[in-house]
Write a protein of this length. Structure first.
Length: 366
């Protein structure tokens, strides 16, 4: 059969296929290659905003142990890392001189007690004056006070832990001379660890006591759990912040005071909202959009995005629950481009084996 109106003998569809496929010389729009993509469904869930800050972990109780008298370290009974109980001796100073002082003070007390007893007896017999009796009594009291001081100084040669905890620093060695006031140890009660952060005052109404808190040790990545123990009612006038004390309630045994942690406090939360993986959202010409796999085509949707965290984004409008959004390959897509859906773990291998070597767009397949 001959084509009508053609003015020639050529078939009516000659060259038409070339124009539909975008061959040179045709007037049609070039067709887009099929793109291998991975998709995930939009789904409802909760998302939160956080205030994050870096802080160091502090023990609930910490004290510098100082020498309360002078002497040479004769016995060293605690090392860094040792767990000690309240009253335990950590260090002993040479005490020969202090024992001698105490012996002399005891003898002095005995002597003045005899003098006092004699003065008392003579006063009762009317053989001495009241003034002599009072002098003997004052001298006895002074001697007893000197004995108490000598006994106290002797007790200071045993340096004891003021509370149960762990020795975190030792500053003196065996045989070294310690003067009164010399720092000997740092002791910490590690049964509770605290992190203190300063939060902008505008967040004050968004946080509360006992609120759960997430922490991460910056050097190891260890995940910790905590709660807000105290929110200061005062605003620092210089920084415009409030101090928040976080108690770390769960942490690995390797966690130590002084570790730096990233503290994340929830300041707002949206429940039962539509969420997509954050990587699905692309920015184009000042707009945010996602690509929806509709059949075997990619459809570009302009969306309004609300909260975002490291993994998810809230979609306020422009998308429905359950629609499949492109999460890999989306940055090279065009609206209406054919797609072939693969699992994310298989996509890289598929692209490497099927992609046209001359095609610069990653993920395109024949």
């Amino acid at each position: 059969m001959l084509a009508c109106g053609g003015g020639g003998d050529a078939p009516a569809d000659a060259g038409a296929g070339s124009r539909r496929n975008g061959a040179p010389g045709g007037g049609g729009r070039p067709s887009l290659p099929t793109m291998a993509v991975a998709v995930e469904p939009a789904s409802r869930g909760s998302i939160a905003t956080y205030y994050s800050a870096t802080a160091s972990l502090d023990p609930d109780k910490q004290a510098d142990i100082l020498a309360r008298t002078s002497g040479v370290v004769e016995r060293l009974l605690a090392e860094e890392g040792d767990r000690v109980v309240a009253g335990q001796v950590l260090l002993h100073l040479e005490d020969a001189e202090y024992r001698h002082r105490k012996t002399l003070a005891e003898a002095d007390v005995d002597q003045h007690r005899l003098r006092f007893e004699r003065a008392k007896a003579l006063l009762e017999q009317g053989l001495t004056s009241t003034e002599a009796y009072e002098t003997a009594r004052r001298d006895l009291r002074s001697a007893e006070a000197a004995l108490q001081l000598a006994d106290l100084e002797l007790s200071y040669t045993d340096v004891r832990a003021p509370f149960t905890g762990r020795v975190v620093r030792r500053f003196i060695d065996l045989g070294q001379n310690a003067s009164s006031g010399t720092q000997l140890f740092t002791l910490a009660d590690m049964s509770r660890l605290l992190a203190r952060v300063h939060v902008p005052a505008k967040e004050f109404r968004r946080i509360r006591q006992d609120q759960p808190v997430h922490l991460m040790v910056t050097s190891t990545g260890d995940q910790l759990t905590g709660r807000i123990e105290l929110v200061s009612p005062m605003v620092d006038p210089d920084s415009g912040t409030i101090k928040v004390t976080v108690e770390v309630t769960e942490y690995p045994a390797s966690t130590r005071p002084g570790d730096f942690v990233e503290v994340s406090i929830v300041t707002d939360r949206h429940e039962d909202v539509l969420l997509v993986p954050r990587v699905a959202v692309v920015s184009e010409r000042g707009q945010q959009a996602v690509y929806v796999a509709s059949g075997d085509l990619a459809e570009r949707r302009t969306v309004e995005v609300g909260f975002q965290d490291d993994e998810a984004a809230e979609v306020v409008s422009g998308l429905d629950d359950g629609e499949m959004v492109v999460v890999q390959g989306q940055r090279a897509l065009r609206d209406g481009q054919p797609v072939r859906i693969l699992d994310r773990m298989d996509l890289d291998d598929d692209v490497a084996s099927d992609a046209d070597p001359d095609d610069s767009a990653s993920g395109q397949v024949g």
